[in-house]
Design a protein around this ligand. Structure first.
Ligand code: ADP
Length: 165
């Protein structure tokens, strides 16, 4: 039996944007399965709570095959082992992303030499999109729809977020 090639695409995804979706689509051309994993830290609440971030991603990836979504705490290499993922996918927009990502990748490689990090460059039309910009727009009452996957009803999640406060 051939081995399923599974990759983990970890991130804060607060929230998941068109840039993230672009990286996920590219990763799906390389792997049999990609798990989008929302990493969170209990000390840092974030803009959307992790469960809403997961729901937003589920809406965003509706219609895409071979994608799973989960959230995790702790080390990315540990969750890779737990879920049977041999690769970590990260997206690159700029040289600053590259510098930060290569440091993280070296540390992960030291801890888990059997898990490879793969960097995928963003499409030029998405390279300026970040969750930070989306949060700024939302915090100031603007429409962030042009940065978000079309299946995501962000107003619904903004209302749910306020309910949880
Ligand atoms: P983190 O806090 O772990 O960096 P993010 O949700 O900000 O989480 O990003 C997750 C991954 O997606 C990172 O590898 C980041 O570089 C990448 N990424 C974010 N936005 C884009 C984009 N517009 N194009 C390509 N990659 C992106």
């Amino acid at each position: 039996m051939t081995k399923m090639r599974t990759a983990l695409f970890p991130g804060s995804f607060d929230p998941f944007t068109l840039g993230h979706l672009d990286i996920l689509r590219s990763a799906l051309t390389l792997f049999d399965k990609v798990i989008v994993a929302v990493g969170y830290n209990s000390a840092k609440s974030g803009f959307f709570p992790p469960e809403l971030r997961v729901q937003i991603i589920r809406d965003a990836v509706a219609g895409l095959d071979n994608v799973e979504v989960c959230c995790y705490r702790g080390l990315t290499v540990d969750i890779c082992r737990e879920l049977g993922a041999g690769c970590i996918i990260r997206g690159l927009r700029t040289t600053t992303d590259f510098e930060m990502e290569s440091v993280i990748a070296q540390a992960n490689r030291k801890m888990a030499p059997d898990i490879q990090s793969i960097f995928i460059p963003s499409g030029h039309e998405y390279s300026f999109i970040s969750s930070t910009v989306v949060r700024d727009v939302l915090n100031n009452g603007g429409s962030a729809k042009c940065f978000l996957p079309k299946n995501v009803d962000i107003d619904k999640y903004l209302a749910l977020r306020l309910k949880e406060d």
